[in-house]
Design a protein around this ligand. Sequence first.
Ligand code: HEM
Length: 251
Amino acid sequence: MIVEYIRYRVPDGDEFEASYRRAAAHLARAPQCVDYELSRCVEEPGSYILRITWTSAQDHLEGFRRSALFQDFFAEIRPYVDRIEEMRHYERTPVRGTGASIPSLYEWAGGAEALERLTTRFYELVAEDDLIGPLFKGMDPGHPRYVAMWLSEVFGGPNRYTTERGGYPHMLSMHLDRHITEPMRRRWVVLLMDAADEIGLPGDPEFRAAFAGYIEWGTRIALTNSQPDANPMRDAPVPRWGWGVAPPYQG
Ligand code: HEM
């Protein structure tokens, strides 16, 4: 991916923004465009910066620029071409991230203590279950704690599963050749959701949607990796799961 910055200084911001609103409709249909954003300077309202992320500089210059969409896009913004002060491509660097304005799922859930209460109750339910109980007959007594460590790391908490328990490769090795079936996977999900309700994990729609999204994803991967003919990735970081499209409602 590559980021293009275009800086403008224009005499009439309202007209300029109206042109860009129309031009953006063509940008939005371009398969080479990842996203875009036009920002207006607060201190100097005639100054604007347009940021466009392209799939690559080549896709921008040889794909979009030669497409019919570009003709339509350009027709809208042509009056402002001589108002451009900078138009260049920038490579992203590893220096990027998010701040703490939105709590992690780990924090929202109640931290390590809540996730450990969850897994403790979950494996009590599992032990009494006819379908999946037998899979866990010889389970390590520390198992609920280890799975809580895994979930903590996935949901944005400390990376203790990676540093203390062997990370993804260890988790994977525990699922290999377990022959998990779809009914077993479903039961695992249902019992976890029951445990979540019983121990009072936050029940707000945003949290539960993100939580259930990870559990659905993770159990499907566990099932696939547990088949005798599985060929899983042997090494990978522990996945990190966020809020997705619905961040928490914070009043
Ligand atoms: C989101 C889904 C899942 C997660 C996050 C998960 C997580 C884990 C982790 C972290 C371990 C290794 C614990 C350790 O460090 O010792 C493990 C082991 C295991 N998992 Fe899963 N798992 C998931 C789904 C499933 C499903 C669907 C099943 C079967 C229905 C299953 C069956 C097992 C079994 C049998 C073990 C070995 C337990 C033992 O003998 O200690 N897992 N799981």
